[in-house]
Design a protein. Sequence first.
Lengths: 419, 224
Amino acid sequence: MEDKNQESNIGDTCNLNGNCSPPTKNISIDLNHAKNIDDISTPSELKFDEDFEFEDPDVTAKRKEMEKCLENPDIVNIEKWQSFAKSKAGLIADEYRRRIWPLLVGVTRDEMTEPPSLDELSTHVEYNQVVLDVNRSLKRFPPGIPYEQRVALQDQLTVLILRVIIKYPHLKYYQGYHDVAITLLLVCGDKASFPLLCRLSYGPTAPLAPFMQTTMQPTQHLLNYMLPVLRRADDKLADCLDKAGVGTMFALPWYLTWFGHSLNRYSDVVRLYDYFLCAPPLFPVYVTAALVLHRAPAVYACDVDMAMMHCLLSRLPDDLPFEDILVTAKKLYDENDPTDLEAEVDALERREEEQRRLDEERLRQRRVERAGRNRAANGVLARLRRVLPRSPLARGAALAAAAALLAVYAYYRPDLFTR
Amino acid sequence: MTGSSNDHNIAGLKQKKVFKIIVLGDSGVGKTCLTYRFCEGQFLDKSEATIGVDFRERTVRICNEEIKLQLWDTAGQERFRKSMVQHYYRNVHAVVIVYDVTKPETFHSIASWMQEVESHGLTGAPRVLVGNKCDCGTPESRLATAYAQRLADKHGMPLFETSALLDSECDNVESIFMTLAHKLYSKQPLRVVRVEGEPGYGVVTLPRQRKPHITTGTDNCLCS
């Protein structure tokens, strides 16, 4: 984030199609895909830090308090850091985050060891997948970062990810893990981010651990908690989503990456991480629910159609009031403890299972019917159908014409028919 | 013909017909860029890994009728396939399987993608095979077309080799999806009266074929 050069090297030689021929159209930064981080200059983190004069007085006071605590961090208890991270504006700036994030998850200085070189790790079975995703994570780097620096950071990112999955071989890399890792790396650097990522990935309450199992089943199950939370908060909205059959897939990247993949503003991402680092593991799902609640008017205005709804929800606008959303999420969490929701989630999953079974049954039946129909329609019939006109009227007319012609023919050549 | 096309809309909620196309293939073969190229008409410079499924659409015109093509762009990583993407196979009309011509392993996994497609009952759905990134590597390093063609023939699907990156290949990308759109359009149930063109042929050709018969018939008769 230190670098603030303007768009100096958008057109670098590394593109996502592999590092092959240079792209023909490098300068096209105005993609309609969604505004990317480069396009938004005003709310960037840097600007935020510089504009002290516009800072909320509460935030200024908090900043002062944080600075005081950081002067002698050993005598400050974890609750204090947590309250900084959760309250309005979170940890405010990366210079504070760099020091406080490790404290929030209980990482000590001794754990911040020198990373190995990339070459040492390149034989890992997931190496190619990780490199593939890391190479495509350009959007997540600060705009205008010099090419060499970015490549160095990408190597650090690859090392960081591989180190964790080497240390815990039962944890599986998933696409999106790199989005979490890059956020930690950008804020804390390569030494501190390793133990941080380890804490998030390994252990019974590690928030990323469910995502790293052999299948995505545990993730899907946890994401399903969003629906009863929504249902309890706004029955009508839940009905609307249910009718569209939109499911929870739109929120999957939010949950898997703690919104790192889906938000365009870096400052929003790190703000959320401040909170998530000291919240219960399921808290991001409640934020997801709060976010959908916030967008209720747009959901109501949307066609009741799976595709449309998925499209609407999955693309996040840039001006989301995350402070409010976090407050709502906290309230939702306090009112609907995950353990209270279990029965509803189970019921929901049973219903889905039943639906899936019905679908499969229908599919099988259709297949049987189709096979039967194909047998019945022999070649002649099929050919006849192709030759004959399809409307019953036209078909009748054609038949009548054919009969008349036959009669005329028979009249002139009776010999052919009498013999 | 135009009158009968209205018949179809009585049951449907929308004016436009919607065809759902699912795009499959290994991670990093360019599924996102390909769908982006078709829907937005340009190359996606900073494409990222797709997590779960993404969605794009474009309206095209076939036989004077507007058709909406919905492209479901899926995550390539295997762990997303099993439980996650399942849901999106529902009501799919056509399938695009993409591989990277410079990475043989992505071609070899087509077999498992085909299996996946079949397990969802999409055997009868129109499918195309797309070899992407034909701008990359040297001709020797790229997978031979003949080799890919053999596989495509085996599964009875057309093969396209293209590049989502090159502007010059834009038409080719266009034809991939338009081929599917045309196929889907003509594949609509035959009892729908408005299968464009076909019924007309029947009406016209049948009497024409018979008429010469009459004249020759009468000629013969007069001679004998």
